[in-house]
Design a protein around this ligand. Structure first.
Ligand code: AMP
Ligand code: MG
Length: 507
């Protein structure tokens, strides 16, 4: 097993893209740069609390103590920096944002890939603006558990390696209503091929810095898209279409498992089509496409579940605008948007076919899916339980699905009876159960589940977090030992509890 020093560290990003000449974490504007060198702030008493064995194995690391992964120590080979990027937040251009509380330790050469190791919550950077660069246990645990859950659900995501508590108190006003309170600080170490976002490119075009844009694009293609090039408009369109399609793949998975990202700003859109920046995300409990977990977005619900595919297209359009300076004929970029739309439509049909156990997709299925969507919204119905039970019922009878409904007395039984019969006939009275069980998870990280893990962790007890970590590594299996506790509709106490029904960006 390796130590941090003995790993093979690279500095490709720092060598190949323009950076900040100033070093250190003082808030500032950093024109014409992709990064700033900054060291993590040492925490008072770092303690490793959560560890991904799987990720550790991949890196060749055994469970360490909390010193390096909490930001106390930088070892030989690391050259820490924060990335500069911009972004559209809730539809408006925000210009420089950047890693306000993320510090990359370095890039790691593994056997057949290179990954970036990044600490989230390890202190002030030039991009922290008025904030502290720290993260609290609550949000760090949510990121750790959710990225593990997503990975095992088969949803493209950045990974988590570890969670370290810092021993420091961090003050947060959870609901932005003038009630700041101290919370435990924590640092998550996360891992991805890179943390490049749509906003990483946008910032340079927005400021007319085509040279830096070009350098960043060359770096990106060389290392992350070696099968693509930018030598002519045709190859640029093919490269960007690939990114657009990967984005569509990611979002179609979100729709399949009922995940709502909550803050689909362009600075939170990975160039690799990975789910990134877990904040006020949530999972549909009752099937309500208009639902968003993010209180900051409650008024407009721009990022609600049902809007995610359209927002994906909007965000791809912003990436394309950023690439206009590379193009001889920018009009050709419309093809990329078309590629997104076509790909998403295909994936969407396949997704429904898989969820409903069809062996193919036919035109007429659209009506069946539309009617199902309407029915699921008639009375409060749990998405996950509904599809999971549907995956194994032996006869098309609504009684067998009763557990998915919050109030069995209000179930529109006639309408359901009719729909179930249509579905049953469509499947030739033999739905493809294997496919259904592989596409309709039994266990997802419902907000109240994460909250129970947080409540215990804040008392120093990580056993609930560990149990969820174990449970969510196998979300399509029955795991009967966990059923009574975790295969459940949202309990009544969670309906209006902060952290369960409402989340803010404060983390
Ligand atoms: P988000 O949309 O939550 O990913 O964050 C938007 C911007 O705010 C990013 O530039 C973050 O780095 C920054 N940010 C969020 N929280 C903090 C914090 N506690 N300290 C410094 N910057 C932060
Ligand atoms: Mg972000």
């Amino acid at each position: 097993m390796a130590t941090f020093e003995s790993l093979k560290w690279l500095t490709r990003f720092l060598e190949e893209t323009p950076g900040d000449s100033e070093v250190g974490g003082k808030s500032r504007q950093v024109p014409n740069a992709c990064w700033s060198r900054v060291k993590p702030s040492p925490p008072p008493s770092p303690e490793l609390r959560m560890w991904s064995d799987e990720m550790g194995l991949k890196l060749g690391l055994e469970r360490p103590d909390g010193r390096v992964l909490g930001g106390e120590m930088v070892t030989a080979g690391m050259d820490p920096y924060s990335q500069r990027y911009g972004g559209h937040q809730f539809g408006s251009w925000a210009n420089q944002l950047g890693d306000g509380r993320a510090i990359t330790l370095g890039e790691l050469q593994l056997e057949d890939e290179v990954v970036e190791l990044q600490l989230k919550g390890a202190g002030h950077t030039p991009y922290s603006r008025f904030a502290d660069g720290k993260a609290v246990l609550r949000s760090s645990l949510r990121e750790f558990l959710c990225s593990e859950a997503m990975q095992h659900l088969g949803v493209p995501t950045t990974r988590a390696l570890s969670l370290v508590t810092t021993g420091e108190q961090v003050v947060r006003d959870v609901l932005y209503n003038g009630n700041p309170a101290p919370e435990d600080g924590a640092v998550v170490c996360r891992v991805a091929p890179s943390f490049l976002r749509f906003g990483s490119y946008q910032i340079h075009t927005a400021n007319g810095d085509h040279e830096t844009l070009q350098a960043l694009v060359s770096h990106t293609l060389r290392h992350h898209f070696p099968n693509h090039s930018a030598e002519d408009d045709g190859s640029r369109v093919r490269w960007l279409s690939h990114i657009a399609e990967q984005t569509a793949v990611m979002i179609s998975h979100w729709m399949r498992v009922g995940f709502v990202h909550g803050v689909m700003n362009t600075d939170n859109m990975s160039i690799h089509g990975l789910t990134i920046d877990y904040g006020p995300y949530g999972w549909l409990e009752d099937y309500n496409p208009g639902w968003t977990p993010n209180t900051t977005d409650a008024g407009r619900s721009r990022y609600c579940y049902g809007q995610q595919p359209q927002i994906g297209a909007w965000n791809v359009a912003r990436l394309l605008e950023a690439m206009v300076p590379l193009m001889d004929d920018p009009e050709l970029l419309h093809d990329v948007l078309e590629a997104y739309t076509v790909k998403f439509a295909q994936l969407h049909n396949t997704m429904w076919a898989n969820k409903l156990g069809f062996r193919n997709w036919i035109e007429d299925d659209e009506a069946l899916v539309r009617d199902l969507n309407a029915l699921l919204q008639r009375v409060e119905t749990d998405m996950t339980i509904f599809f999971r039970l549907l995956s194994s019922i032996e006869t098309p009878s609504i009684e067998l699905l009763e557990d998915a409904f919050y109030d069995p007395l209000t179930i529109p039984k006639d309408a359901w009876g009719e729909w179930l019969l249509r579905w049953w006939e469509r499947t030739g009275q033999s739905p493809n159960r294997q496919t259904m069980l592989e596409n309709n998870p039994k266990y997802v990280l419902r907000n109240w589940m994460a909250q129970l893990a947080i409540d215990a962790a804040e008392e120093g007890d990580f056993s609930v977090a560990e149990e969820l970590h174990t449970l969510l590594k196998d979300p399509y299996s029955e795991q009967p030992q966990f059923e009574a506790m975790w295969f459940q509709k949202r309990p009544e106490w969670a309906r209006h509890r902060v952290g369960c029904s409402m989340l803010s960006c404060s983390s």
